[in-house]
Design a protein around this ligand. Structure first.
Ligand code: AHR
Length: 698
């Protein structure tokens, strides 16, 4: 007899599946262990990333000061993608005076008075730091102060017993006697941490102050304040505040988000985009050379997602990120196209400098210190070259009128890269559905899918009929979503995703690797430009969506070889039976949460079976999109002995169940413990569930 126990992990809240429905008739799952098929490439699961939804600034990049070099402006309510929610200009009187003062506030307490403005005279440098903030303290004395406050990315997150590093450039007018107080303060005036700079010189100097919190309640209702109590003028530039970072990297990443990414066990990082690579125009493409070196030299640029990027996460930071999570970089190089419908695409001779720029980028990543750009990387702090195997030429060049000249552009990059780096694999951004002449044969094609649940289920079979002799595939962006579904997806999307992933694994002979997109979203109002996303957060709390957990389960239980697996009989669903969550009130989009797409019928069950060579484990990934439990007889053919005890995880919840800042693990996997597994055993899949089971085989 089979005993299945689903245990709730400590701290997680179980979400009950929908009203219990009668179980489906039993089905056999036949796994041919004796007929191993394609190998899964060890790089199969990875991450795709770009600056969208405040993914880096206000997200993964741990910098807490917003508009640190006074280049930002109020965000115009516009943008790209499926939805845009941009905040209107805040009611900050300083911004009315000068838009570059966005996020900076004049502080006057105890009857003191002063003014702030942007000053372009005598800057720290005339490239990145050409604007400084001028603080005029007109009158202040004992018990009074005048200062300037930064409200961060939707508040400065304060955590207990934490040391923050504040740094800034400053100079003072002759006669300003100091001191300057540096503090993290509650919006109610409570001081969480403070420090002092006794004196500010009249010449620019960089100041670093450590600020430590004590036993305080975590809050985001806080701001960063520079203030003084004696008259005079002060100028500030590159004002920065960092909490501790992942692996303590200077200019590093937010710890909880990096931990969530690490738990996905990703093998690669596709960067820097996405549309962020192309940019809205030439000036705002991802110009990698403008993103390296000291922050003092990084002016930042407009991301195509309607806000300014600090470029604090530059080329070397992407590579550090790879190093820290043991991921291989998949670097997208700028290929002359922008997001303007092809109006300014660069081709022919005019493109040559950018082909050269791509070669230099590869040298920066991989060259030893005897090379020009390898030496530059060493000067930037990383003498050891990084491993690189894949380079992608542009992004989504089937859009923006890119088809007409991509063959020419691709050929130029391909030839130059192969000539200098013959071992590198060159990825085309052309999809498998476009039969398109590249001029050269790419090593991989990049497919992107943003589809509703019905389409995801159907696309679990998308690659079954793919020509096995054709170019192999990188599914570089994919997600189940629908307009109006918000920041992060619900369980219904996770079911679509998991079903699609079983299809990718089954077709591992043609699919080399894949990545969900977008990865990150700041869920504060105005934080999101795209829906839906994998991981959400505010300043203090982060959470994975149900889709995050489904991927985590899959990527941590990959296996090396695909085993044939079939259901008999295979239950089928009509389009009306596909799980659909009710749309949030007032959300745009089709009624019923994104119905549409293929007419069906659809499979009710999805499976991928693999074998892990080192352990001999047989791994089953099973998706039940039916609203009722599915009893299975699992028949492992061609295997001598299966240990009676097996383990796994199950993610099951009602179709509309979501995680959030308030309920970060409402939907989370729970352990599966099986005590009577064998070459033939029974197991029931909960309604609306994703299950991974590891069987010990001999
Ligand atoms: O992931 C969001 C966007 O979708 C990417 O920037 C782009 O490549 C795709 O259109």
């Amino acid at each position: 007899m089979l005993l299945l126990a689903i245990l709730a992990p400590p701290g997680s809240v179980a979400t009950s599946p929908q009203a219990p429905a009668a179980a489906q008739p039993p089905v056999a799952l036949v796994v041919s262990v004796d007929r191993p098929g394609a190998r899964l490439d060890p790089i199969f699961y990875g991450l795709m990333t770009e600056e969208i939804n405040y993914a880096y600034d206000g997200g993964l990049y741990a910098e807490l000061i917003r508009n640190r070099i006074f280049q930002d402006r109020p965000i115009a309510p516009r943008g790209r993608g499926r939805s845009v929610e941009a905040p209107g200009p805040p009611a900050n009187p300083a911004v009315a005076k000068n838009p570059n003062l966005i996020n900076w506030w004049l502080v006057e307490t105890g009857g003191a008075s002063g003014e702030i403005d942007i000053d372009t005279t005598d800057p720290v440098n005339t490239t990145a730091l050409k604007n400084s903030l001028r603080l005029d303290i007109k009158s202040a004395g004992a018990g009074q102060r005048v200062g300037v406050a930064n409200d961060g990315y939707w508040g400065i997150p304060v955590r207990p017993a934490t040391q923050y590093t504040a740094s800034f450039y400053a100079r003072a007018s002759q006669g300003f006697s100091g001191p300057l107080t540096v503090a993290i303060e509650g919006n109610d005036g409570k001081i969480y941490a403070s420090g002092r700079v006794p004196r500010i010189t009249t010449a620019w100097r960089k100041y670093v102050v450590k600020l430590s919190t004590g036993k305080v309640q975590p809050t985001v209702n806080a701001r960063f304040v520079l203030s003084a109590s004696s008259p005079g003028s002060l100028w500030f530039s590159l004002v920065s505040l960092f909490p501790p970072t992942y692996k303590n990297r200077p200019n590093g990443m937010r710890v909880d988000l990096m931990e969530k990414l690490a738990q996905m066990n990703p093998s690669f990082l596709r960067f820097p985009g996405g549309n962020y690579l192309e940019g809205s125009d030439f000036a705002n493409r991802f110009n990698w050379k403008a993103t390296i070196g000291p922050l003092e030299e990084r002016a930042g640029h407009m991301s195509p997602w309607s806000y300014r990027s600090t470029d604090g996460v530059g080329l070397l930071e992407f590579l550090h990120w790879c190093e820290d999570l043991n991921m291989e970089p998949i670097v997208g190089v700028y290929a002359g196209m922008h997001l303007d419908g092809g109006k300014t695409t660069i081709t022919g001779d005019a493109l040559k400098p950018f082909v050269q720029e791509a070669l230099e980028e590869i040298e920066y990543i991989t060259g030893d210190t005897s090379t020009t750009w390898g030496a530059r990387r060493a000067r930037d702090g990383h003498p050891a070259p990084f491993k690189l195997r894949y380079v992608q030429i542009g992004n989504e060049d089937w859009l923006n009128n890119g088809l007409k000249d991509y063959a020419g552009r691709f050929t130029m990059f391909y030839d130059a890269i192969k000539a200098k780096y013959p071992h590198l694999k060159v990825i085309s951004t052309m999809r498998t559905r476009d039969k398109y002449d590249h001029g050269r044969t790419p090593d991989l094609l990049d497919d992107h899918f943003y589809v509703n649940i019905a389409t995801s289920l159907a696309q679990a079979h998308y690659y079954d009929a793919y020509d096995r002799a054709a170019t192999k595939i990188f599914v570089g962006e994919w997600a189940t979503n629908s307009p109006g579904s918000g920041d992060t997806g619900h369980m219904g999307f996770a079911l679509g995703d998991a079903a699609f992933l079983t299809g990718l694994e089954r077709n591992a002979d043609v699919i080399v690797m894949n990545a969900y997109a977008p990865l990150l979203v700041n869920v504060n109002p105005g934080g999101r430009q795209w829906q839906v996303n994998l991981i959400g957060y505010d300043g203090l709390t982060s959470f994975g969506s149900p889709a995050y957990y489904a991927q985590k389960m899959f990527a941590n239980n990959r296996g090396d070889v695909v085993l044939p697996a079939t259901f008999d009989p295979l239950p089928r669903l009509t389009a009306a039976e596909i799980p659909q969550a009710p749309m949030p009130a007032g959300a745009p989009g089709p009624p019923g949460g994104g119905r549409g797409g293929p007419a069906g019928p659809f499979d009710g069950l999805y499976a991928s079976a693999t074998r892990e060579i080192a352990s001999g484990d047989i791994i089953l990934k099973l998706v039940n999109v039916q609203a009722a439990p599915q009893p299975l007889t699992i028949d492992l053919q061609g295997v001598r002995t299966i240990s009676r005890s097996a383990r796994g995880e199950v993610l099951a919840a009602e179709v509309g169940a979501m995680n959030s800042v308030a309920e970060p693990v409402k939907v989370a996997p729970k352990p599966v413990v099986i005590t009577d597994a064998g070459a033939r055993f029974t197991h029931s899949l909960p309604a609306l569930s994703v299950t991974v089971i590891r069987l010990k085989a001999k």
